[in-house]
Design a protein around this ligand. Structure first.
Ligand code: URA
Length: 251
């Protein structure tokens, strides 16, 4: 295509554009080479933000000398995205001096609505089993690994567990129970630091190590929600509840 501009006009255009020296035989703008953004893999960023959130949770917990201030710290905590979709922060409930502390996975729809742990169908079954070994719900302390409901009741991710675990561990430190009853694989894996299946972990006492180095007897069993779907496993869970009763009675 022929240009209507003469050489003089072209040169004055370059000059106006700040181009006042030649670096080659052909005219044209040399654009700086496009620098590739320094891509940090998303996974690294996620691991980093999980670590930061978990560190913030630990710091919040250290500043909580009692259950009420721990509840407030948890309600103010912004490090877990589950909170964005949850109606409630479901803290533990029950006897703060309980000898038996029961730990489930995460609130479901009923718990999220009412702001209390184990108040839905799983909770009713749990209560029946407790009653059957002579315990009232108000005598024990009940909580979950996560205080916020995962969408659709999906299993918590490792990152969600890692971020919320300091709050649970602090609850254990403050309650100082004699026995922990861990309901389901998520609770058992998180607190026993053991990736075995619930079928392998249940049925015998193991030790949970507190942050202060003390050991607490811990028994894992099937989650009540699982028992509601698999009634054939109820007899094994019942045997586990009898183990709890025996241990509480000093046998
Ligand atoms: N399932 C849980 O693990 N926890 C609850 O609070 C309710 C159902």
């Amino acid at each position: 295509m022929e240009s209507n501009l003469n050489i003089k006009e072209i040169l004055s255009f370059y000059l106006e554009a700040g181009i006042d020296e030649t670096i080659g035989d052909t005219a044209g703008f040399v654009l700086p080479e496009k620098e590739e953004p320094k891509a940090r893999p998303a996974i690294t960023n996620m691991a980093q933000s999980t670590q930061n959130a978990s560190k913030n949770a630990k710091e919040a917990c250290l500043a909580a000398p009692d259950l009420e201030s721990l509840r407030q710290k948890m309600e103010a905590f912004e490090g877990c995205a589950l909170k964005l979709n949850a109606k409630s922060t479901v803290f533990g409930a029950g006897n703060p001096n309980a000898r038996l502390m029961i730990i489930g996975e995460a609130p479901g729809a009923d718990e999220d609505r009412q702001g209390l742990p184990f108040v839905g169908r799983s909770g009713h079954l749990l209560e029946k089993m407790l009653n059957a070994i002579g315990l009232k719900r108000e005598e024990v302390y009940i909580t979950n690994i996560l205080p916020w409901r995962p969408p659709g009741n999906r299993t918590p991710t490792d990152a969600e567990v890692a971020v919320c675990l300091p709050f649970l561990k602090r609850q254990i430190d403050l309650i100082k129970p004699d026995i922990l009853l861990l309901l389901g694989g998520s609770a058992a894996n998180a607190l026993l630091d053991n990736a075995d299946s619930i079928s392998r972990l249940r049925g015998h006492f193991l030790k949970y190590k507190t942050s202060e180095g003390a050991e607490i007897d811990a028994l894992a069993t099937f989650h009540p929600a699982y028992l509601l779907r698999n009634a054939a496993q109820k007899s094994k869970a019942w045997a586990d509840f009898l183990r709890i009763a025996k241990n509480l009675n000093g046998n």
